[in-house]
Design a protein around this ligand. Sequence first.
Ligand code: ZN
Length: 362
Amino acid sequence: MRKLYFILSGLMLLLADAYAQKVADRSHQAANDSRAINVGLEHISKRSVEAHLSFLASDALEGREAGKTGGRVAAEYIKAVLLGTGVKPFYANTYFQPFEAYSPLREKHAEFEVQPDSVAKYRQAAAYRELKLQNVLGYVEGQKKDEYVVLGAHYDHIGADELLVGDRVYNGADDNASGVAVALQVAKALAAGGEKPLRSIIFAFWDGEEVNYLGSEYFVAGFAQPSSIKAYVNLDMVGRQGVLPTFYPSFELPEGWDKPDTVANNSVYLLHTEELNVLGEQLVKEVAQLKLDLNPKPSALAHKSRGSDGYPFSLRAIPVLWFFTGIHPEYHTPVDEPAGVNLNKLTEISKATFLSLWRLAN
Ligand SMILES: [Zn+2]
């Protein structure tokens, strides 16, 4: 009887000890968590957002067309910024992931493609077209090296048109210098926090989105195990007020979206596939707790929806969250200039994106 009593009390002590350790671990983890979040948020600034945006969307970059000089300069700029933040390259010694895309002769009016089958087919033809492109990829290693969260934004736009009268450069400030500026800020915030996330994070800057989602397709198609990518966060057009133009009649208003005249200046759509419903709700709460000047609107995104770089991920059943501030009359015109971008909103979206990435990675 006494022996049993001693064994039992010893066991209870052990259990109590293990429990106390667990509570301590958890509160230690929570402290690290909130420290990483606070430090990260402090490193996001309107001034940096503005600097990235105004360089990438300047006339000097000639609309960052895929395969042209302006696009390559943008890629070099992104690499230099990543290097400065301390975010490492995803591939051993380079931030660049070069690739080619092919299409038949121009007269066939066919899309450029990166799929090996079509590439082989084109290369058998007497003549075919080739685009030389490159993604820029940064990496923050997590405690788990075989689980990833990817944050991506395309840096290419549609170039310049010398036949245009007046302004001949499609600056693509909203589409998508805005998304790149946000992603660069998030990379800086994450590196500054200094805390190792649970899952590894890949910062991806895609080339060739405007051509045919080429960069993101090439990346996912070549990824050893796409199922190890637990979520993809996309930034495409996050700098303006979500107004839907009447000139774009084929665009149907998704369920839950505001009519153009009811859209608030600070609203942002959190388009997401159904696996991320809880995250969407949590983000709305956290944005309110942090008193960000932002009105996030979670909205359903069906899997296999086209429209941006979430498409290749969603085709492989990877959950997608897309930050998006909506279509506007300057979309794909030379008037999509930095002056039209709401820098305040871009700064607040950087904070919300950082939060969502941190939550997904942990
Ligand atoms: Zn875009």
